[in-house]
Design a protein around this ligand. Structure first.
Ligand code: CP
Ligand code: NVA
Length: 309
């Protein structure tokens, strides 16, 4: 079994294997319905237990459908219905029960250390479905979407991030090291990545550049990726932060500095960081991006359970 917590800790060859499997599976079920099962039902008899400590629409639905398409079952837990927090039951005891009843555990958490604590006590794999410091399933799926649309390995493309230095960006930075692509980050000076991310950047001799000028960041971009300026549980002065990001709004004027065929991606939900015109234009591939979560997460489930073809 293999845990899926952070992209930086997973070998590139494994990440590539996941993407190859996802492509094969997606192609093989073009005409099937949402809950039709893949040939061979590789997760028949298996149960995914997922728990969300923060809101979710896409991750919740896509993991549910992913497991069902593999022939398994999925159950979603609400932390406020367990004894875990307010009832005083420990992570250790909770993890033992999850391991006895389920086959794989997906956790969206508001504390990174909980992923590590669960991992310590679980005897089944754990998948990180978003934490304060990363969102690995989203970004691996975004790499899939980019290569699907651009029909090229991501290493041959210029990726630009316009937005906050948040969990999604941290995973994008890890992906840039793993898949060796050029990444420009455009964000206001006082919202640059934190020290540990900068340390990771230095250590990995990657192709990441940070700009305080959004136009410079999007120059020559094949893909512009963005996210909400204010993330869930972001305890900041929201008005002040939004003000700093005002000139980073993605609109036609900014997109014109990128390549002509540049596409726009956003993990969703969106805020005010992109204007309606770009969001609903042909350049925006956000719905295809959201749907691809199902396909990539199927292969992540198989990888974690040691069943990747
Ligand atoms: N992109 C994403 O993870 O969406 P949800 O928060 O709705 O799951
Ligand atoms: N950065 C966002 C991502 C939501 C999917 C958040 O953490 O709220």
């Amino acid at each position: 079994m293999k845990h899926f917590i952070n992209l930086k800790d997973i070998p590139t060859k494994d990440l590539r294997k996941i993407l190859i499997d996802a492509k094969k599976r997606k192609n093989a079920r073009r005409n099937l319905n949402n809950l039709d099962v893949d040939k061979g039902a590789p997760l028949k008899g298996r149960l995914l237990i997922q728990m969300f400590e923060k809101s979710s629409l896409r991750t919740r639905l896509s993991f549910y459908i992913a497991c069902r398409q593999l022939g398994g079952g999925a159950l979603t837990l609400r932390p406020d219905e367990l004894h875990l927090s307010k009832g005083g039951e420990s992570i250790e005891d909770t993890a033992k029960i999850l391991s006895n009843f389920g086959d794989i555990f997906m956790l969206r958490t508001d504390k990174d250390r909980k992923l590590e604590e669960f991992k310590k006590y679980l005897s089944i794999p754990i998948i990180n479905g978003l934490s304060p410091s990363s969102h690995p399933t989203q970004i691996l799926s975004d790499v899939f979407t980019i290569e699907e649309i651009k029909k090229k390995p991501i290493s041959k493309l210029n990726i630009t991030w316009i937005g906050d230095s948040n969990n999604v960006l941290n995973s994008l930075i890890a992906a840039s090291t793993k898949f060796n692509f050029k990444l420009n980050i455009g964000c206001p000076r006082n919202y640059h990545p934190k020290k540990d991310t900068m340390r990771y950047l230095k250590k990995n001799k990657n192709k990441v550049s940070i700009y305080n000028n959004p136009k410079k960041a999007v120059e020559n971009a094949d893909v512009i990726v963005s996210d909400k300026v204010i993330s869930m549980n972001d305890k900041v002065d929201k008005i002040k932060k939004l003000k700093y990001f005002k000139s980073f709004k993605i609109n036609t004027k900014l997109m014109n500095f990128a390549k002509k065929d540049c596409i726009f991606l956003h993990c969703l939900p969106r805020g005010d960081e992109v204007d309606e015109k770009i969001f609903s234009s042909d350049k925006s591939k956000v719905w295809q991006q959201a749907l691809n979560r199902v396909h990539v997460q199927k292969s992540i489930l198989l990888y974690s359970l040691g069943k990747l073809r």
